[in-house]
Design a protein around this ligand. Structure first.
Ligand code: PLP
Length: 368
């Protein structure tokens, strides 16, 4: 048997280290995972309370149209219900977009480094990948626009960008949307949307009225804390959503995920608290980095990419052996740094001490 030729150069996604794996390997009792931008404060207790009721009839297929969730979300976003597609995480919406719009002979444009799933899924569809390096952690929007030609189908904007955390501001996004020819779909992946605090942020959902080629991706995995349930969504014109719904598997989100997302949407208090704690803890962490003389990218998310005078793998190993799992920049296309999810304040303090303990002696010996 023979798979597509492209698979010769591809491998399965390597997730961050798992908690149980690290416990065993290092003989540790307590592990703090700050590697995948999960919500350190968990998720709404209203969701937890509702789950027993949601597992009442597991023999029945889920509602393939996510009717109730769709209605509540559409109201909240002030769009039509037919403008939303749900996915098994926004990951799956990325795949659905690639399957719907990309094929051999087409090309697609993205930043590098950015969220790896755009490239991964586009490669499988046989599209040519055009990667444009970030500048200071930000998308090089002019550089990306220069890559557009008549065979371009999708331009990916990860905003705020993973792994850097930098946001594309309102003016810059407006410029891209105006400059981009209408045959090119512009996907704005807003997985960290809820964490944004600057007032320079674009209102992407409002822009859908003006741009028929715009798609906005969001998820319940990050600020809502439901990564384990796998549910995210895309919002776009009805024309686009109709095609995406043809590609989508008929029962791609579960009853439990739909029901939980519905409750999570309504529990505004949990979301507010998450955002406020994240902002406070992030500011404290950045201050600490300043004190250590470490640079980092601007972040409108719940993670910070810290640039290091040592390799990312080195710091990763040091933190791992002390019970903290972070993401080495090495795996993210940026070797001299680590991406750290902002955690609970007590955990962040311990992490800061560990970073200090590693870097201070090197500094004294003038090795940095
Ligand atoms: C985490 C993440 C996603 C995927 O989220 P799921 O909804 O859990 O699939 C998408 N885009 C970016 C940029 C992310 O960081």
């Amino acid at each position: 048997m023979k798979g597509k030729d492209i698979f010769k150069n591809m491998s399965p996604y390597k997730p961050g280290k798992q908690i149980e794996e690290v416990k065993k390997e290092y003989g540790l009792n307590k592990i703090v995972k700050l590697a995948s931008n999960e919500n350190p404060f968990g998720y709404s207790d209203q969701v937890e309370a509702a789950i027993p009721k949601l597992i009442n009839h597991l023999e029945i297929y889920p509602d393939g149209y996510s009717t109730e969730l769709r209605e509540v979300l559409a109201n909240k976003l002030e769009v039509d219900g037919d403008q939303i597609v749900f996915g098994c995480g926004s990951d799956e919406v990325v795949d659905i977009i690639c399957r719907t719009y990309l094929e051999p002979g087409t090309n697609t444009i993205m930043a590098t480094p950015t969220f790896p799933q755009y490239k991964h899924n586009a490669l499988i569809q046989g599209a040519e990948i055009r990667e444009v390096p970030l500048v200071n952690g930000y998308h090089d929007l002019e550089g990306m626009l220069e890559e557009v030609d008549e065979d371009t189908r999708v331009l990916w904007l990860c905003s705020p960008n993973n792994p850097t955390g930098c946001l594309i501001d309102r003016k810059s996004l407006e410029h891209v949307l105006q400059a981009c020819p209408s045959h090119v779909m512009v996907v704005v992946d807003e997985a960290y949307y809820e964490y944004i605090t600057t007032d320079e942020a674009p209102d992407t959902i409002a822009s859908l009225k003006d741009y028929a080629n715009l798609v906005v991706l969001r998820t319940f995995s990050k600020a809502y804390g439901l990564a384990g349930l796998r549910i995210g969504y895309g919002v776009a014109s009805k024309e686009i959503i109709t095609l995406l719904n043809i590609t989508r598997g008929p029962f791609n989100t579960t009853t439990i995920a739909q029901g939980s997302a519905l409750i999570a949407l309504k529990d505004e208090r949990f979301l507010k608290e998450t955002i406020s704690k994240n902002t406070t803890n992030k500011q404290a962490f950045l201050k600490h980095c300043d004190a250590l003389g470490l640079e980092y990218y601007d972040s409108e998310t719940n993670f910070v990419f810290v640039k290091l005078p040592v390799s990312g793998d080195e710091m990763f190993e040091h933190l791992l052996s002390n019970g903290f799992i972070v993401r080495s920049g090495e795996a993210l296309g940026h070797p001299n740094g680590v991406r750290i999810t902002i955690g609970k304040s007590e955990d962040m303090e311990e992490l800061q001490q560990l970073m200090h303990a590693y870097l201070a002696p090197l500094k004294e010996e003038n090795k940095l």
